[in-house]
Design a binder for this molecule. Structure first.
Ligand code: 5RP
Length: 426
């Protein structure tokens, strides 16, 4: 049987969803999913509209039903869904009544295994209870923590006879792996719908599903993955991912068009005392960022020679909440340096302060090992414990913006696309 590709329309606005669905179908997807955010935003009318716009295509309504199965399945069926997604972790009473309702209204049911305790055992039970498809799903928030549906897929495929779908951050590499593992339906959301070229993204997934051996999955260390993600997103995307937190105040780049990503080596020092900042160069490892708090904005604790020394150690960049001098030399050296002020005069090396203690820099708390990212916009601090999650979320934000740029390019305004009036806080 040919593997089905289903596009998940996880958007908030139906006109955008219709347009994206059209482009995804041009790229070769088979089924259309009305995603949960779209259903929550637009109600059953979203399912009706998709049904009307795309006669002849299979439409799945991701209701994520957890209670009142009968009512929710009836609503989705009467609105034009062919398949209704319910949560596999719902109480058996809800599953049973959903199955009865599905039979009454002539639709199929897919059960989502997201957050189920024993997914393989539950998949077997759900099949026995009359569920038509099982969905091995890692939710969007779970993906940001590094969960991956692929690890569970094989066991579920081996355990049940009904077709198995898989969803959760699937891209062209993952879809290839998934087909080889035996899934029947590949559900793709963000990697199609947030692309700046939806039909091309859908086509890439289609060809990966149809010719799975072409794609090689690259395995990276967690640090490498975090580094790669943070390097390829902007500080505004990262700040958005942190709910507007993390941005350093009154710190600007001295060298334009550079990108700095690395783990913090922190320095606390006083009134232009440049001993600890310069000693930190010897302590830092290649790829680290030196983050300095100096209490004076009028006496430099950092300059051209210190910057030049950083090249010998492979330091990724320096942030100074204080003053820096030798701006011309620093610009020629080209290492990313961020500072609160520039002045001609330096202080003396007295040796006061500390290296690798918790400091405040640009009004942000910085601990050794936190990720520091800088670009033309300024500097953000990413707490080390949440670095992977924030890096993933930043990338998702960037993808969403790519699609928005594409829609603006076609002549719409941001206010119109984002429906600012509708979504203003009441
Ligand atoms: O059901 C969903 C979220 O709960 C999504 O539709 C599903 O995860 C597919 O989207 P993505 O590919 O972006 O993960």
């Amino acid at each position: 049987m040919k593997t089905i590709v289903q596009v998940a329309l996880d958007l908030l606005e139906i006109d955008r969803a219709v347009q994206i669905a059209k482009e995804a179908l041009e790229g070769g997807v088979d089924w259309i999913e009305v995603g949960t955010p779209l259903i929550k935003s637009e109600g059953m009318s979203a399912i009706r509209r998709i049904r009307k716009e795309f006669p002849g295509y299979t439409v799945l309504a991701d209701m994520k039903t957890i209670d009142t199965g009968s009512i929710e399945v009836e609503m989705a069926a009467k609105s034009g869904a062919d398949i209704v997604m319910i949560l596999g972790g719902s109480d058996n009473s809800t599953i049973d009544d959903s199955v009865r309702s599905a039979h009454q209204y002539g639709v199929k049911l897919m059960a989502d295994l997201m957050s189920v305790n024993d997914p393989v055992e539950r998949a077997i039970q759900l099949e026995k209870m009359g569920i038509d498809y099982i969905n091995v799903h890692v939710g969007i928030d779970q993906q940001m923590q590094g969960y991956d549906p692929i690890y569970l897929l094989k066991d579920v495929v081996d355990a049940v006879n009904v077709p198995v779908a898989v969803a959760g951050g699937i891209d062209e590499q993952r879809s290839s792996e998934i087909v080889n593992t035996g899934a029947d339906i590949v559900i793709v959301g963000g990697n199609i719908t947030r692309s700046d070229n939806v039909s091309r993204a859908a086509k890439t997934i289609r060809s990966s599903v149809d010719s799975p051996s072409k794609f090689q999955v690259s395995k990276q260390s967690l640090d490498d993955e975090i580094y790669e993600l943070l390097t390829s997103t902007s500080t505004p995307n990262i700040s958005d991912a942190m709910h507007r937190k993390g941005a350093m105040r009154k710190i600007i780049p001295l060298v334009q068009d550079t990108k700095m990503v690395g783990k913090a080596v922190t320095v606390q020092t006083f009134e232009g005392d440049w001993a600890k900042p310069v000693q930190a160069i010897d302590i830092a490892k290649p790829g680290d960022v030196i983050v300095i708090y100096n209490s004076s904005k009028d006496i430099a604790c950092w300059g051209g020679l210190a910057t030049f020394s950083c090249l010998n150690k492979g330091i990724a960049g320096v942030v100074v909440d204080g003053a820096v001098r030798d701006v011309d030399d620093i610009t020629n050296i080209g290492l990313p340096i961020f500072a609160g002020n520039t002045v001609p005069n330096a202080g003396d090396p007295k040796g006061f302060g500390e290296i690798n203690s918790e400091i405040t820099c640009g009004s942000q708390n910085v601990r050794p090992g936190d990720y520091i990212v800088g670009d033309n916009n300024g500097v953000v601090v990413v707490p080390k414990e949440r670095a992977y999650e924030i890096a993933r979320r930043s990338k998702e934000i960037e993808k969403g913006e790519q699609r928005l740029y594409d829609e603006v390019k076609r002549g719409r305004t941001l206010s119109d696309i984002a429906q600012l009036n509708k979504w203003e806080k009441q």
